[in-house]
Design a binder for this molecule. Sequence first.
Ligand SMILES: [Fe+2]
Length: 247
Amino acid sequence: MDRREFLKLSGLSASLILTDNLLAMEILEKEEKREIKSKSGGKKMKVVKLQPKDHLKPKGLVGISDEQIEVHFEAHYKGYVAKYNEIQEKLASDFADRSKANQNYSEYRALKVEESFNYMGVVLHELYFENLVAGGKGEPSPELKKMIEEYFGSVNNCINEIKATGIACRGWATLSYDLYNKILVVNGFDAHNQYGFVYSVPLIVLDVYEHAYYVDQKNKRPPYIDAFFKNLNWEVVNERFNKAVKF
Ligand SMILES: [Fe+2]
């Protein structure tokens, strides 16, 4: 993906850049594409249909049961995929009259807001499931460790920062590499499309919505976050970092 394609993509997603394993370009290339002539604008709009990535579903995690993952993956994650696809169909049709777009309320505004919510719900969940593996794997690469130590003092300090952010926020906590200033940042999200830095690449993605732990932990978030880090796949994190710094 070149820079021009990236900018086009980031404008679409509004908040996150994907790494190659889950690159939106990969999604765009693999998913169903078709064109529908919009009666409203008289122009053809491409409808991008996403498909759930079943191969990303983790199993046998430490402290996060398969039952918990099953409902999270099948109901919540796939729900975002379905709604994103539904919104794309409506955006390409005459469902929302562009001439009636209004910032207080309009059907078109509702589609644009929920397009962002559902698309980022898909992306973040795929990045989350992808960075989990039973019992964890690997460790920070020397390059990533050096940068983490530069910004947070130590890997443990960085993890504690992510944990605190995961407690403080309602949706997500990430360690991200910000392409704009080439810095490491810990981001917290109250929703899939709320508060993340726009020009950044998520390296570690932690879901803190209650739906991520309620089967196992009821309302107790801290033990779930501890379990998350016991299953973190640093090899995936390192790969994301390597690709981000080369951008
Ligand atoms: Fe989730």
